[in-house]
Write a protein that binds this ligand. Structure first.
Ligand SMILES: *[C@@H]1O[C@H](CO)[C@@H](O)[C@H](O)[C@H]1NC(C)=O
Ligand SMILES: *[C@@H]1O[C@H](CO)[C@@H](O)[C@H](O)[C@H]1NC(C)=O
Ligand SMILES: *[C@@H]1O[C@H](CO)[C@@H](O)[C@H](O)[C@H]1NC(C)=O
Ligand SMILES: *[C@@H]1O[C@H](CO)[C@@H](O)[C@H](O)[C@H]1NC(C)=O
Length: 774
């Protein structure tokens, strides 16, 4: 009842509050809970902090949004800037930061394309059943998802043949709109929702827009969950039969727990995505830790560089790591520009996105006989005869805004001019599927979606609501040129079909966010890449494949793109590794994934970016994930919770645990025992230390080999490591030096890349490095 009053109050007076006293939800973070405190004692302690800055007891009570009680010590409350600043001055307080609406969002590009998870596995060799068998398909590992909820009726979450829920599980199946305990089973063992932060900002959830329950009304959470840990489901496809095959999550026998933290935004269409508040995410992570999840997969982030002590996901993940929970997060979709990365914390696995070896071919044939490559996942096709072809700018209404000409934004096309035509629309603003909707509204018979320059030649195969295909930037220009030069331009679109084993693959998605990390340039990020372009997985039946309001189609499986899709691949792979190696730390599992990743595509060359140029570690980290190899990495670079705190000490005021005292002389941040190496602004020489733990055969000898970055010399010492037992640790140093004679020719602050590899003849333990010269 108290919550109801709080929310209602906010809904009515929030605009006034904002203008007068600017009350906003802030997170007040202390670090760890010390000693054995009861829930009541913790609440009282949080209350007394609040009371110390508030006028009345009642004000203090009513402004509290969350009190984090399990692992995370902190609370979220409505505070004025003044109150926040008073709290931040208190000694025990690590940080106080405002929760900003729209700061965090799900990492899906607005592309609703098709592809099959099973085919996806071709590249990453997850399908090799030996790994699945050895890990017993991830049996009894619990994968927790922070997302938009789950569609429990999906076949991907059936529990046929699964054993009893592990005794250690302490989670719940929270009831709400259209969801109760009967929706959980032995596959989906937990489901909760967190909405207080959202409601503190937007007022009570509009239950027509979203369900006040763990139920997924969007599709995103269902998609990511089934990618990480969905069951094997035979003969599924997208609308129109694209990508038909067996859908399967990475760890089909792992258990799943959904923590719904992302919600529909009032006044916005579903296709514009939803929003996630960090006070809600912190509450979810705090519960997930005490519920007993083993892996957390979080396809959520912010593209604004955020210091770790003000980054709710980073703070929550640090607590998870302390309990040895593996945390995988998406790198973001803000590429191709540099330094666009989210989730760069060194205790997180940061995942980029790349393509798979599949296309959905639907070429355009022009009136001059030219055939242009296109891709689609629309179930509709046109008669194979010539139709008039026009550029959107030629069929716009008279007063259409000039700065968005050619974009086919809602209401911009004239039905008189567009009727019966094929229309070329360019990407830029608006959603891709929305442009198709506009062409259909104006009576167009088909539509060609032309990439902008930034999209290059990376094609998104969407489930458009009319015959359509997508073409690359250069091809869009070719079509434009044809339209401008032909007397009566004509074209038709060939019906789409799924083509497998396309080459080269993978290539990096143009949207995948890039390093170097602004927050922690001394850590090489992202860590790894996994499939995130045109991925088929389960979908919510409350959402259409395009998420457009006017699209009434219902599908059980749908295609999406984004680092949101690649992250749960790493979540699923981590679950398999956890099942095989239950005692490994989260750092060891991450190390195994990073050092075993592949650099080459399926034609034996370096993975490229979307334009065909060789990609680099700021796009793919150490490369494309190879779970089978990660299961037996030979050596791992381990790191503990304390190691991360020490790393943070060297970053100045970034201590994230008030009970931890930084030593007088903090170690260099470069000495965090990370499986990759980044040295920004090298001035002369730098020497860093690393320690590897033998997890391969007891007696083994590893030799190092180095591919130095251009203009840099790299010396590893000692160059040979001798092991005579499993679990043995050996340390070595890496000395990096800018070559004197060519220092002048090296571009300042431009990163060059290389790697060093430890090999015993069986395992190749490869670490990428990025060095720039000051
Ligand atoms: C809730 O959302 C529906 C659908 O968008 C809308 O029609 C309705 O006006 C909204 N209700 C409120 C109270 O905002
Ligand atoms: C797969 O599903 C399609 C469409 O539902 C059906 O026509 C086809 O026979 C099925 N194939 C198999 C092998 O079951
Ligand atoms: C186009 O111009 C209008 C009015 O000047 C502006 O509000 C809008 O943001 C612009 N749109 C784009 C995509 O630049
Ligand atoms: C490099 O180090 C030298 C000696 O410590 C110092 O004088 C110089 O300013 C440094 N250069 C840069 C670019 O940091």
């Amino acid at each position: 009842m108290a919550n109801f009053h709080l929310s209602l109050f906010l809904l009515l007076v929030l605009p006034i509050l904002v203008s007068c006293t600017q009350k906003q939800v802030h997170i007040v973070y202390f670090g760890e809970h010390s000693g054995q405190k009861t829930v009541r004692e913790i609440e009282e302690s949080h209350h007394s902090y609040l009371f110390s800055v508030k006028e009345t007891e009642e004000d203090a009570r009513s402004s509290l949004v969350y009190s984090y009680k399990n692992s995370i010590n902190g609370f979220a409350a409505l505070l004025t800037p003044d109150e926040a600043s008073k709290l931040s001055e208190m000694e025990e307080v690590v940080s106080v930061f405002p929760s900003r609406p729209g700061k965090y969002s799900l990492h899906t590009t607005r592309s609703w394309v098709f592809s099959g998870v099973q085919e996806t596995m071709k590249l990453d060799d997850l399908k090799k059943d030996d790994l699945l068998l050895k890990s017993r398909y991830g049996k009894d590992v619990v994968v927790g998802m922070l997302d938009s909820g789950v569609w429990p009726e999906s076949k991907s979450f059936n529990d046929e043949g699964m054993g009893p829920i592990p005794h250690s599980w302490k989670g719940i199946c929270q009831s709400g709109d259209g969801f109760d305990s009967s929706n959980c089973n032995k596959k989906l063992i937990g489901a909760r929702y967190y909405v207080k932060g959202y409601e503190a900002y937007y007022g009570p959830l509009n239950r027509t827009l979203d369900s006040l329950s763990p139920r997924d009304m969007d599709g995103h959470g269902t998609h990511t969950s089934s990618t990480a840990a969905g069951r094997r489901v035979k003969n599924v496809s997208s609308l129109g039969g694209f990508a038909r095959g067996t859908a399967s999550g990475g760890a089909p026998l792992a258990r799943l727990a959904m923590y719904k933290v992302c919600w529909a935004v009032p006044g916005k269409g579903k296709e514009d995505g939803n929003t996630c508040f960090e006070e809600d995410m912190l509450a979810a992570i705090d519960d997930a830790i005490s519920d007993g999840v083993n892996v957390l997969s979080i396809s959520i982030g912010t593209s604004n560089p955020t210091p770790f002590n003000q980054d709710g996901i980073a703070i929550g993940a640090l607590h998870a790591i302390k309990k040895n929970i593996v945390v995988a997060c998406s790198a973001g979709n803000s590429g191709p520009a540099a330094s666009t990365l989210s989730n760069p914390a060194p205790w997180i696995i940061t995942v980029g996105a790349s393509s798979v070896d599949r296309k959905f071919e639907a070429p355009v044939v022009l009136g001059n006989g030219m055939k242009i490559e296109g891709q689609t996942a629309t179930p509709y096709s046109m008669e194979q005869k010539m139709y008039p072809l026009l550029y959107a700018a030629q069929v716009e209404i008279a007063d259409a805004p000039q700065n968005i000409s050619g974009q086919c934004l809602p209401g911009s096309l004239s039905p008189e001019k567009a009727k019966g035509k094929i229309i070329l629309c360019m990407r830029g603003s608006g959603t891709r599927v929305g442009k198709g909707m506009e062409v259909k509204r104006a009576g167009g018979i088909g539509f060609i979606l032309g990439n902008s320059k930034a999209n290059g030649n990376e094609l998104s195969a969407d489930a458009h609501i009319l015959p359509a295909t997508a073409v690359g930037y250069d091809d869009a220009l070719t079509i434009l040129k044809y339209i401008n030069s032909a007397k009566t331009p004509k074209a038709y679109i060939v019906p789409g079909k799924t083509v497998l084993e396309t080459k080269p693959a993978p290539s990096m998605a143009s949207f995948t966010s890039r390093g170097p990390s602004v927050i922690s340039p001394d850590i090489l990020k992202p860590d790894i890449t996994a499939p995130g372009l045109n991925i088929l997985a389960a979908w919510s039946e409350a959402s259409s494949p395009t998420k457009l309001e006017a699209d009434k189609r219902v599908v059980k499986y749908n295609i999406l793109s984004g680092t949101s899709m690649s992250c749960p691949h790493i979540g699923g792979a981590s679950a398999l590794l956890k099942a095989m190696h239950p005692t490994w730390s989260s750092a060891a599992i991450r190390s195994a994934l990073i050092t075993s990743a592949g650099l080459n595509n399926n034609v034996g060359e370096m993975i490229t970016d979307a334009s065909g140029e060789p990609a680099d570690p700021f796009q793919f980290g150490s490369g494309h994930f190879r779970p089978t190899k990660a299961a037996d990495p030979g050596l791992v670079y381990d790191a503990s919770y304390t190691d991360y705190l020490l790393y943070l000490c060297s970053g100045g005021a970034q201590n994230l645990d008030s009970s931890f005292k930084c030593p007088k002389n903090s170690p260099s941040p470069a000495n965090l025992n990370y499986p990759s190496l980044a040295i920004p602004q090298l001035n002369g020489t730098a020497t860093v230390k690393r320690t590897v733990t033998n997890v391969g055969s007891s007696k083994s000898i590893y030799f190092v080999s180095v591919k130095p970055p251009a203009g840099i010399s790299v010396k590893v010492s000692p160059p040979i490591l001798y092991f005579n037992r499993v679990g043995q640790k050996k340390s070595f140093t890496i000395t990096v030096k800018a070559n004197d004679e060519i220092t002048d020719s090296i571009e300042k602050n431009k990163y060059e890349f290389g790697w060093y590899t430890w090999s015993d003849g069986v395992h190749n333990v490869r670490s990428p490095m990025a060095v720039s010269v000051a």
